[in-house]
Design a protein around this ligand. Sequence first.
Ligand code: ATP
Ligand code: MG
Length: 267
Amino acid sequence: MADKQNNPSDGNTPIIQLIDVHKRFGTHVVLDGVNLSIPEGQTLVIIGASGVGKSVLIKHIVGLLQPDSGQVYYRGQRVDGLSEKKFSKLRRNFGYLFQLSALFDSMTAGQNVAFPVEQASKKSRAEIDRLVATKLRLVGLDGVQHKMPTELSGGQKKRVALARAIALDPEVILYDEPTTGLDPVRADVINELILRLKNNLRVTSIVVTHDLSTVFKVADRVAMLMGGNFIFDGTPTELRESTEPRVQRFISGRASEEDLLELDGAA
Ligand SMILES: Nc1ncnc2c1ncn2[C@@H]1O[C@H](COP(=O)(O)OP(=O)(O)OP(=O)(O)O)[C@@H](O)[C@H]1O
Ligand SMILES: [Mg+2]
């Protein structure tokens, strides 16, 4: 499936595009005709309640999940349905910070960052060591190369995982809940890093989060997923000013009558 939907050399071709993407697990519909177009260089933050399908959505972009129907494009090239072998070449363009940012526990921080580089290229040991040092410096972790993951704090582990995600100089970085589980100061360090990577590396970023500090600090654009589709898509200012009740409830952290029904019988 290599049909070209747009001419990739056309400056207006979005770097990522989803058209009418449907996905369900059994009878549970998670994505119900999602359309999304991301211009190169944009930082898009995706928000939405737990279990609404945010991780499922971004896994379609990197070929970890396939749509039941609909299409996924990368720079105008159709990528859904590609064989794993073909997709694995494309995957180099993506840095993925997983929700649980799992590091390999048996490897040092440096070996974790080196891993994707060793898999993808035949660089010399010295070159790889230099690259690892550069990436760790970029996330503010000079000198932890030889530490084991168990010796690092939660925030440091996230940053090592981020250094690993950017090891191959991706064009697109996907962050799945990058600040979850961190205190507000550590969370802000991650927000600053997202901004720094955007400014220094000119990447396109997709950030999935519940954390409104991330939305208001890093987003060029914010989209809210609910009921299988986006119910809001606009700037952070527009989000703040939105009168849509479901958006307001999310921003203010207020439970709806429906949310409270879940408590019935619990007390
Ligand atoms: N591989 C899978 N098989 C079956 N169901 C799945 C699978 N992956 C996700 N789901 C279901 O799809 C729904 C959406 O999951 P997803 O992980 O995308 O939610 P989320 O919005 O990322 O939530 P959270 O904010 O808690 O991470 C959930 O009900 C989940 O159980
Ligand atoms: Mg998730």
